[in-house]
Write a protein that binds this ligand. Structure first.
Ligand SMILES: [Zn+2]
Length: 275
């Protein structure tokens, strides 16, 4: 039985944009059981399911969107202390100014970079001011740097991540989705880099891969046990191709030492995010 839980990967946007994102996933063939849920409903859900805090991640697909979205998230988080806000910036924005606004003035916990959605490689030098600001504030970045579910844009992969970490080895990073489909390579790099953590977001066969190619539960157990203090439970709620509770159950039911499981669901997030 888990005593305490934090979800390190939840998404919410203002209503119009949220609905456009639900539609995008539906066009991709996803079920999206939470279709139509607005921010209010999204923010109520983790608490109803035993999560005492949760990170809310923004992402942007166009230049100029980030400032307004970051301000929106700031207003939401002011009303709800259970929200840990994570901002976003587009590589064609004034990256330095917007990142400093988020991490300084708005007091965000970190930043999110979605290489696929933004259509930018992690090693793009327009992102260097982002990494430098994060290091300055000693705050983490969450990156969707892996190739799962599909490398739509040719911008993701462990090689770009490795180049950034070579330049900024002190950067704190939460690698989303366990770095799938290159988890082994990400884990090997993380062994040498103490500031690299992983989240389990959307790790169910329907969301991240076709059933045949998806790793069995023993594989997840083995990955978690290899770096047990680096793994954090994240759901990707509400952008899921299935029920959040079913995905959570996959991890709750893994045959892990209770201390490792508690670290996965709470302790590691608490320590890494300072919450
Ligand atoms: Zn996500």
């Amino acid at each position: 039985m888990l005593n305490r839980k934090i979800d390190v990967h939840v998404h919410a946007f203002p209503e119009k944009l949220m609905n456009a994102i639900y539609s995008w996933f539906q066009r991709e063939g996803w079920e999206v059981p939470y279709d139509g849920w607005n921010a209010e409903k999204i923010f109520d859900y983790p608490g109803q399911n035993g999560f005492e805090k949760f990170l809310v991640l923004l992402y942007v697909h166009k230049k100029g969107m980030a400032p307004e979205l970051n301000d929106w998230l700031f207003e939401q988080a002011k009303e709800r202390p259970e929200i840990i806000p994570v901002g976003s910036v587009h590589h064609e924005d004034d990256v330095e100014t917007e990142t400093h606004k988020c991490l300084g003035e708005l007091g965000f916990a970190g930043m999110k970079l979605h290489c696929q959605v933004q259509n930018v490689r992690m090693n793009d030098e327009r992102l260097f001011p982002l990494y430098e600001a994060l290091i300055h504030y000693d705050k983490p970045v969450i990156v969707h740097a892996g190739t799962a579910p599909v490398d739509y844009t040719g911008t993701v992969g462990v090689k770009y991540f490795a180049q950034v970490m070579e330049r900024y080895p002190e950067l704190k990073v939460q690698v989303a989705h366990l770095g799938m489909n290159e988890t082994e390579a990400f884990l090997r790099l993380a062994e040498e880099l103490p500031g690299v953590m992983f989240d389990t977001a959307a790790l169910d066969a329907k969301s991240m891969s076709d059933q045949d190619a998806f790793p069995p539960p023993e594989q997840f157990k083995e990955w978690i046990e290899r770096l047990p203090d680096r793994m954090m439970y994240g759901s990707d709620f509400p952008l899921l191709n299935g029920k959040s509770s079913e995905i959570e159950r996959q991890f709750v039911s893994l045959d892990l030492d209770p201390a490792v499981k508690q670290a996965l669901f709470y302790d590691n997030a608490k320590r890494f995010w300072g919450i």
